[in-house]
Design a binder for this molecule. Structure first.
Ligand code: MN
Length: 327
């Protein structure tokens, strides 16, 4: 389906229905939240009943958008609603709470840029894996009517979508950036998006406690030179020392990038005694295959999993699998 064909379907669904719920995946990122908020503003403009559902309240860096208080963490009576799935197309990624909503709502509309999974969507789905972000898709989908919004609302809308763009492209530096991404960015700036305000809130306004914890975490960096592999860890003890929470680590896997010197990067987080969340990054092996062996998943270059195992055992099992994958 082309975006123009989808636009016709989308507009039909919007004009024929009154009730909408917008859902995103668990551990939501800037693209998911930006898209969710922007679509909320759009539907509200047409006097629709719109509910924003997230399993958790958005992190404080999104507070400046002024929409976090609209988020509901539980929802009942949804049988007459059109439910949007933004930034994911595998239903289980939204978590347990949403299962019934997906089963019993009026219709689902999925808008995503991830690889299509086997899940069937009861409704319509538009997936463009060439798009940098869902926010890029949403701009192209909604742009015709944006000028109808008040100047203030247009600015808000533009900031929401701009956040998705910078988050998923790592400030326009990732491979997923195309000339279209820059065209959309230009239009959003013209609508009033504030690039400095967005990137300060998303990338720079980090809590001091987070930086202290990052210092301790990076001090654990170990290198296996001949394998061009590094690993590092955040432990429960470090959290206590810094009076920090595990959520403060959610950007840490980005801190040690892969390079010619570090072809494989492993980041361990101790969730509990003998329980770890592991992030894998590589430019030479398919780390999704390894994550899948532990019941996890992800992409070829970036994947993750959780494991209940003693640390040294987990580490040696993982190094063994990585070695095998390299052969
Ligand atoms: Mn995304």
């Amino acid at each position: 389906m082309t975006i123009d064909e989808f636009k016709i379907e989308f507009k039909k669904s919007v004009s024929q229905n009154q009730n909408f719920i917008i859902t995103i995946h668990k551990d939501p990122d800037g693209d998911a939240i930006g898209a969710q908020f922007a679509l909320y503003l759009y539907l509200k403009h047409f006097q629709k009943n719109v509910r924003i559902f997230n399993p958790t309240i958005p992190y404080s860096e999104y507070a400046f958008l002024g929409l976090s208080e609209k988020v509901q963490t539980s929802i009942s009576d949804y049988s007459n609603d059109i439910v949007f799935m933004l930034d994911f197309n595998e239903k289980k990624r939204a978590g347990e709470k949403v299962k019934n909503i997906f089963e019993n709502c009026e219709k689902l509309i999925c808008i995503d840029h991830h690889k299509k999974t086997k899940d069937t969507i009861k409704g319509i789905s538009f997936i463009d894996t060439n798009a940098s972000s869902v926010c890029e898709i949403l701009y192209l989908l909604l742009k015709d009517e944006i000028s109808e919004l008040s100047a203030k609302q247009q600015e808000k809308f533009a900031n929401c979508l701009y956040i998705g763009l910078i988050y998923d492209t790592n400030n326009f530096s990732n491979k997923n950036v195309s000339s279209k991404t820059f065209e959309v960015a230009k239009k959003l700036i013209n609508l009033g998006a504030d690039n400095n305000l967005c990137s300060r809130n998303i990338f720079e306004n980090r809590k001091t406690v987070e930086l202290k914890l990052l210092g301790l975490t990076l001090s654990t960096l170990e290198e296996i030179k001949e394998k061009k592999l590094v690993y590092f860890i955040t432990t429960q003890r470090m959290l206590k020392m810094c009076n920090a929470k595990m959520e403060h680590t959610r950007k840490f896997s980005k801190e040690v990038r892969t390079s010619e010197e570090r072809k494989v990067v492993i980041y361990f987080r101790e969730l509990d005694k003998n329980k770890y969340r592991v992030a894998l990054r590589s430019i030479c092996i398919d780390v999704r295959k390894i994550a899948e062996k532990f019941g996890g998943g992800g992409h070829k270059l970036a994947a993750g999993f959780e494991a209940e195992m003693e640390f040294t055992k987990l580490k040696s099992r993982l190094l063994e699998l990585i070695n095998n994958e390299r052969k």
